[in-house]
Structures are given as structure tokens and as C-alpha cells.
Design a binder for this molecule. Sequence first.
Ligand SMILES: Cc1cc2nc3c(=O)[nH]c(=O)nc-3n(C[C@H](O)[C@H](O)[C@H](O)COP(=O)(O)OP(=O)(O)OC[C@H]3O[C@@H](n4cnc5c(N)ncnc54)[C@H](O)[C@@H]3O)c2cc1C
Length: 463
Amino acid sequence: MNYDVIVIGSGPGGYVAAIRASQLGLKTAVVERESLGGICLNWGCIPTKALLKSAQVFEYLNHAADYGITIEGQGVVDFGAVIKRSRGVADGMSKGVQFLMKKNKIDVIYGFGKLKGKGTVEVKAADGTVAEHQAKHIILATGGRSRELPNLKQDGVKVIGYRQAMNLPKQPKSIVVVGSGAIGIEFAYFYNSIGTKVTVVEFLGDIVPLEDEEVSKQLNRSLKKQGINIMTNSTVESVDTSGELCKVSVKTATGVEILEAEVVLSAIGISTNLEGIGLEETGVKFDKGKVLVDDYYRTNVEGIYAIGDIVKGQALAHVASAEGITCVEKIAGLHVDPINYNNIPGCTYCSPEVASVGYTEKAAREAGYEIKIGKFPFSASGKASAAGAKEGFVKVIFDAKYGEFLGAHMIGFNVTEMIAEVVTARKLETTGHDVIKTIHPHPTMSEAIMEAAADAYGEVIHL
Ligand SMILES: Cc1cc2nc3c(=O)[nH]c(=O)nc-3n(C[C@H](O)[C@H](O)[C@H](O)COP(=O)(O)OP(=O)(O)OC[C@H]3O[C@@H](n4cnc5c(N)ncnc54)[C@H](O)[C@@H]3O)c2cc1C
């Protein structure tokens, strides 16, 4: 079969690229070795959010009295049912992609895809049969897997990665989470909420180290208050799994501590799936686990492209999708602007949630900007008071000279739903005063963005 486009990998990079290609009239196929939807739908974004929803419901039950509701007896977590719900949500989403493939007349070829010379993809199916398919354009979107460190080898039972962490046969009594990026923190929050004893070990000085310092510190305080033990400036040196409990040797600023836990979750990032896909044979250049591409995701070999987690840039689902669309639109000959990687929102879905976009205060200063900063705490927000969600704040950063919206950093209830406003504002080159003059509905959490902007210019009303 001859195609215009074959995409290898059906994650949010691959399946979205395929749909856009089909919309643009290109005959398209997707090759997938596992389940449609990739990590995002099956083992990442979606199932974790389903778990976090269960944790949130449990928290609401435990705090029902704060809202004037009396519950007879105590809520109990049925861990198996929580996991089953999460897997069901993931399966449903994967089936949704199956439907979208059919609707867009995209062929799905199941098996392991490999580049085989110019314009050819070899696919080895699960039963061992091998077939070759031709395409003018081949897009690699093979994604990643949990990264392993030599001193933190995963056995899948006691030392686990994110796949096992969202599908354990029983709730562990204790867990050590190594790494405090979004994935580590989401699991730490989930397990702590449902009653597991959680310790987070972070090599750097702050948790969620990519976030603005003030947000990291606030989250650290909040999670500690919830009962999570957080160790920053600490490194896991080794894990002894020979006993019933794992013994985790952690080097801290003051010496070595031994932690005991049923399970150790390694959440130190991802490795990319570049092995065996024919990069070396076809001469596609890659470096430090990332395929090298230009602004339109073209590799050094004509007709071969790469998108998503396997290229440089934030390893996020919405980034992978945007790259897929940009790549395919360029292939189809449309005029398309390169992606602005400084306007990508990042979210962590613990409670309180964290969301941000653009420059942190530190990065803005380092980039040489003279800045104006505004901050609005949710404790001063009417909606937050009504919702019982007064924790957290919105912090905004503007260029003092031209009013450019440089960044926003939020921590609090539902802020992951609020950040898109700032992404749009920045995309439209909105200034601080434009934000102040944009009338927000009352009462909403989003008013805090307008108030924070007003604070930056000495015009805040409710502080
Ligand atoms: C626990 C967890 C939570 C996350 N939460 C979020 C979140 O909330 N928001 C967010 O934006 N991002 C989140 N991410 C990151 C997000 O999942 C990834 O950035 C995203 O899935 C990357 O998309 P992709 O298309 O590049 O690759 P993937 O989603 O990894 O998909 C790659 C696909 O390619 C297939 N494949 C690989 N090699 C081959 C081959 N040779 N032949 C055929 N098929 C192949 C794989 O089976 C897979 O289906 C999370 C990740 C994890 C692990």
C-alpha cells in the first residue's frame, strides 16, 4: 500500500498528526505496537487524572463537615476499584482514538514500525509476520518510557516506574517517590491522599523545580501539611530490595539516611524509544536521546520527520500534538509559524494544583528584563472563599518597559483550567493594562489573574 504519510506511534503526537494529515487530503496510516493513544491516553495524562479524581472525592468526603455535610461512618478507599476505574477511563479514551482513525479514514497497522530505506516502513506484527509499506513522508512519534538509573534499577514489583504505579495489585502502606517533577508529585499526592505513607526525594533544592520559586515553596508547605515527607537536596544512592521492605539509602546535606518503604517509585523522567527504529540504518541524526529536527520537525534525511517526546522541547502531550499539526501542515504546503516553546503551559494536577507559562521571575531577570510583578492570593477571592479553596495565589510578571506579559505562575484550586487565559493573552501579545481592562466574570477564580495584573501596576482592588 502506498501512502502520503505514515506515522510511527499513535500517541498525542502521532494520532493528532495523522488526523490533521487526513483532513488536509493526505492518504495516511498509523503504525502502533501497543494501544492507540500512546502513553498519554493509556499510561500517562488520562489514567493519572482519573486516579487523582478518586483522591479528590475521598478528600471531599473527609472534609464534608467543612461544608456543613455530615457523613455517617467513614469513607473507605477500595483501591482495586479506584485502579479499575482509571483503567476503564484509559480504555475508553483509546477506543475513542480507534473511532477517530476510522472516521478520518486512517489505516491503523498494528506492529513494531521501523524505517527501512527511503520511503519505506517495515512493520513486524505480534505474530512475527513482516510487511513493508511505502510513504512519501514518514513521521516518527515513538514517545518515551520511564527512565532508569543504574542505582535505581526497576524490577517492576518493588522498584517501579509510572506504569506499575498506576496499576498496583494492592495499595502499598508506604512508598518512596524519587523525583519531584509533575509525575512524581502527582503520584505522591495520590498515594498520600488515600492513606499511604509517602516520602519524596528530590536531588535539587526545591520540588517541582521547573516552577517559579515561590510556587515550589508554597507547594512544599502544602504537601508537608498534608503529611508528605519531602527531602530536597537529597539523592538516592542505592536500594536494597532483599528484605520485605525496601531499604533506600538517601544522601542528604547532613549525612546518609535509610528510608524503609514497601515500594520505590522512580519518577526521574523519561528515556526515548529510539532503539530498533532504523535511525542508524537510514542516517537520521540524533543526540542525547533526541532526534535532531528543524523548526518544522524535518530530520536531516528528506522525507523523515520526528515529533513529540523524541525531539527537544517539553515532554508534554499538548506539545506533541502541536508539533504533529505543525509538521503535517508544512508537509501539505500551508503557511505555518514555528511553535513558540516559551508559550507552553505546564500543569501539575495535585491539590493544590500548579500551572504556569512563560518566564519564571528568576528566568526573566536572567534574560535581562526589568520586570513588574503582581500577586493575588486566593484568600482574598470571593469564589475561593465560597469554594473552601483559599490556599494559593496567582503571580504575574510583566516587562516594565513595554508591558509585555512575560509569565504567570499559579497554585490553587482549578488553576490548571485557568492558565489557558494567559497562554492566549501572551499569544495575542497582550499587555498588563489589557489584562486589567479585560472584564472577568464574578465570582470566579480567574478574577485573580486580573487582580494580580492590577497589583503589578498598583491598581489592585481587593487587597
Ligand atoms: C504518568 C504520566 C503522566 C503524564 N501526565 C501528563 C499530563 O498531565 N499532561 C501532559 O501534557 N503530559 C503528560 N505526560 C506526558 C505525555 O504523556 C507525553 O508527553 C506524551 O504522551 C508524548 O506523546 P508522544 O506522541 O510523543 O508519545 P507517546 O504518547 O509516548 O506515544 C508513543 C507511541 O508510539 C508507540 N511506539 C513506540 N515505538 C514504536 C514502534 N517502533 N512501532 C510502533 N509503535 C511504536 C508506543 O507504543 C506509543 O503508543 C505524562 C506522562 C506520564 C508518564
